[in-house]
Design a protein. Structure first.
Lengths: 162, 59
């Protein structure tokens, strides 16, 4: 009966391989939304997503390691399978990457970069800088600093697309 | 540690400030709707002995 053992081993290896290949999705299921609108709803036509997070910016492809992160003001870049690249400015929110290659980006505000207004952003930046220099308490200073950095990110996004 | 965490702000407060700025940085047509989203309305009705005695609207 000694010939059975190698057969069992092969069988075992096959089933393990199947297990692995089943968990390796070739595409991601991408969801991107804000309270005001749904931009992608479990879309399958997305190849890569780049997100700005508090712990640094990172790109997501199918089979990315499961991750949770919070967003910082910046550009979310969505590369679709056909090659179209779409850029959205997000204020904040969360990103979840799951083991089944589903990805959820939930932003508090999200606008296509083309909808941003340079003049308005520069006004916001000047206003925030003014309130930063007049802030007296630590909390007021931090709040103004957050506003300054957000406005700077918007201006940078319009001028350089980054 | 992030400076705003150090100052005692939490992420929700950070998010509020950031989205408030972003809403004001968009083109005029989108800005109006965006700023409208900031408003929250609540109406408080006080009841006594099965009757409404006071109505207060707040925002």
């Amino acid at each position: 009966m000694s010939f059975i053992r190698p057969l069992l081993t092969i069988k075992n290896a096959q089933s393990q391989f199947r297990l692995i290949s089943r968990s390796m999705a070739t595409e991601m299921s991408f969801t991107f939304a804000s309270p005001a609108q749904v931009i992608y709803n479990q879309a399958r036509n997305v190849k890569q997503v780049d997100v700005p997070s508090l712990s640094g910016s990172f790109g997501i492809l199918a089979n990315h390691v499961p991750t949770l992160a919070v967003l910082k003001p910046g550009i979310v870049t969505v590369t679709e399978t056909e090659g179209a690249v779409k850029k959205f400015f997000v204020s904040s929110g969360s990103v979840a990457v799951n083991a089944d290659s589903s990805v959820q980006v939930l932003a508090e505000e999200a606008f296509p970069v083309e909808q941003l207004d340079l003049k308005a952003a520069q006004e916001q930046l000047a206003e925030a800088q003014a309130s930063l220099s007049s802030a007296s308490s630590d909390v007021a200073k931090a709040e103004a600093q957050v506003a300054v950095e957000t406005a700077e990110a918007v201006v940078r996004a319009i001028q350089t697309g980054v | 540690m992030l400076y705003w965490r150090q100052a005692g702000l939490n992420y929700v407060q950070f998010s509020n400030i950031a989205s408030r700025i972003v809403r004001r940085c968009v083109q005029e047509n989108a800005k109006k709707d965006a700023i409208k989203r900031e408003e929250a309305h609540a109406r408080i009705n006080k009841w006594q002995d099965g009757k409404m005695v006071q109505t207060k609207a707040s925002n």
